[in-house]
Design a protein around this ligand. Structure first.
Ligand SMILES: Nc1nc2c(ncn2[C@@H]2O[C@H](COP(=O)(O)OP(=O)(O)OP(=O)(O)O)[C@@H](O)[C@H]2O)c(=O)[nH]1
Ligand SMILES: [Mg+2]
Length: 201
């Protein structure tokens, strides 16, 4: 259908689309998180964990895990009708670090997923986003059987800035994941506002 000039601009508002990265250590639940909220069938790049990878792929704590992400996960969620998030889950294993800069280009912000049984696995992701000033939220994925720690203990253990939100979550639960993603968007908006503010004299 062809619209005349007067009809132009009256159609539905084009939503703002934002890119969010989902990062964190091996087997912390990144693919699970993207799958839990995505309204499209998530693109996955899973490969079966191989015998050859056994010495380097530490599956301790995720013994039921048989596959790993080798390139990325991709999903989409409409938070509001004018706000759509594209989610990019990063590969968790160190040997895929070379992909991170490609994935991070143009990202508004990130979720760093953490498992309190293996907190050190997310140090590298935290460092990565801090160094590039990409706003991020730490999502503590509360696996059954893992001890529960208050968000403040996790913040101290990760030596995070006071503004970085730490949220307890369940990567399998859509509403829980939505809360984390809203946290990223709000945190990124606040960080942008702080950057715009003229320095105090
Ligand atoms: N109990 C429990 N299991 C979870 C949770 N999140 C993920 N899992 C399980 O943990 C395993 C790892 O999840 P994935 O989503 O593949 O982890 P990942 O971070 O994408 O892993 P890599 O891409 O290999 O780094 C899977 O067997 C999931 O079913 C959770 O919140 N609770
Ligand atoms: Mg994965």
């Amino acid at each position: 259908m062809i619209f005349g000039r007067s009809e132009r601009g009256k159609g539905p508002v084009e939503p703002v689309t934002l890119k969010i990265l989902v990062a964190g250590g091996f087997g912390v639940g990144k693919t699970t998180l993207v799958g839990a909220v995505s309204e499209i069938r998530p693109l996955r790049t899973e490969e079966v964990l191989s015998e050859a990878g056994r010495p380097v792929d530490d599956t301790q704590g995720v013994e039921g895990k048989h596959t790993t992400t080798v390139a990325m996960d991709f999903g989409r969620i409409t938070l509001r009708k004018d706000l759509v998030l594209y989610l990019f889950g990063t590969p968790g294993q160190d040997r895929f670090w070379f992909l991170w800069d490609e994935l991070a280009t143009g990202a508004l912000g990130a979720v760093v997923l953490a498992d309190t049984r293996r907190l050190e696995d997310c140090f590298a992701a935290v460092d990565y986003f801090e160094r590039r000033s990409i706003p991020f939220v730490v999502g503590v994925n509360c696996f059954e059987g893992a001890a529960r720690y208050p968000a403040e203990s996790v913040r101290r253990a990760l030596d995070l800035d006071a503004q970085v939100p730490v949220v307890l979550c369940d990567a399998r639960d859509k509403e829980s994941v939505k809360d984390v993603l809203i946290g990223v968007v709000e945190h990124a908006a606040q960080a942008a506002a702080r950057r715009r503010q003229p320095a105090a004299t």
